[in-house]
Design a protein around this ligand. Structure first.
Ligand SMILES: Nc1ncnc2c1ncn2[C@@H]1O[C@H](COP(=O)(O)OP(=O)(O)OP(=O)(O)O)[C@@H](O)[C@H]1O
Ligand SMILES: [Mg+2]
Length: 238
């Protein structure tokens, strides 16, 4: 594990349980387990595909973990993004825990205008590093930390502008950058209750190429989910 003071330097898969403070969510099917860890006064979250279905554990999970870790490395030091502490093994990564509540848990009107202005600056900072998040409309990926500071988590769907298929990537990057910004403006309009017509026009308008790109993306997600759900173990009664 990377240095964060001296916290978590000795963390390994075999001693993971010594660090667990709370299980945030059990894993299973397509979902990774989430555990809250603590060491020397610091807290971290481990996202772990080991308890997930066979397909996620063996193939998709390791791919998602390495992609997400790569994005966290690209974003290292960007305001509003938790630090990557390290990769536990190919199934799990460990990131700084952000104390707070998810934006999805807030009543409409409960967050002030400054929150959304800060959130927009954070998203622009992420874009400036060449990363699009692609899942900001899921407001549970926005964490409201102390003093109303926004943080963004879950970069599993994110992608970077560079790499192979450069032209296609650049096109998709511009499209998804707009999607990220729209998600922020929609949150401002709906959760923030800060309705105004120019923002509404921006948030809800779609041109035909964009509708096509989104349809392809949604179809890919649907197929992925269909495929992985077939491998989901039967739900255990609690
Ligand atoms: N570093 C963190 N600090 C605080 N909360 C976190 C952190 N990472 C994740 N969470 C919380 O746990 C939730 C689930 O984590 P994450 O989004 O990474 O997993 P997921 O499999 O994509 O889950 P979901 O499908 O619910 O989005 C997040 O929506 C967020 O509320
Ligand atoms: Mg998420």
């Amino acid at each position: 594990m990377s240095a964060w003071g001296s916290a978590f330097t000795d963390l390994t898969r075999s001693n993971l349980h010594d660090y667990v403070r709370r299980r945030i969510r059990p894993g299973g099917g397509t979902r990774p387990a989430l555990l809250l860890l603590e060491d020397r006064g610091r807290r971290a979250v481990v996202k772990d595909y080991r308890p997930s279905s066979w397909l996620l554990r063996t193939l998709v999970g390791p791919w998602l973990i390495s992609r997400e870790a790569r994005v966290y490395r690209v974003l290292s030091g960007t305001p509003g993004v938790p630090r990557l502490i390290g990769i536990l093994d190919r199934h799990a990564l460990v990131v700084e825990h952000i104390a707070g509540r998810s934006c999805a848990d807030y009543e409409d009107g409960a967050l002030p205008p400054e929150f959304f202005a800060r959130l927009q600056r954070i998203v622009e900072g992420i874009h400036a590093r060449g990363v699009v998040h692609c899942d900001l409309k899921n407001r549970s990926n926005i964490v409201v930390a102390d003093r109303g500071r926004p943080y963004i988590v879950d970069f599993a769907s994110a992608f970077t502008r560079g790499g192979s298929l450069a032209l296609l990537r650049r096109y998709a990057f511009d499209r998804f950058r707009n999607d990220d910004l729209r998600a922020v403006v929609k949150a401002k309009l709906l959760v923030g209750q800060l309705w105004n017509q120019p923002d509404a026009d921006f948030a809800f308008r779609r041109d035909p190429p964009e509708r096509t790109v989104r349809a392809v993306r949604d179809a890919a997600r649907w197929l992925f989910k269909l495929f992985t759900d077939r491998n989901r173990p039967p739900r255990r009664e609690e």
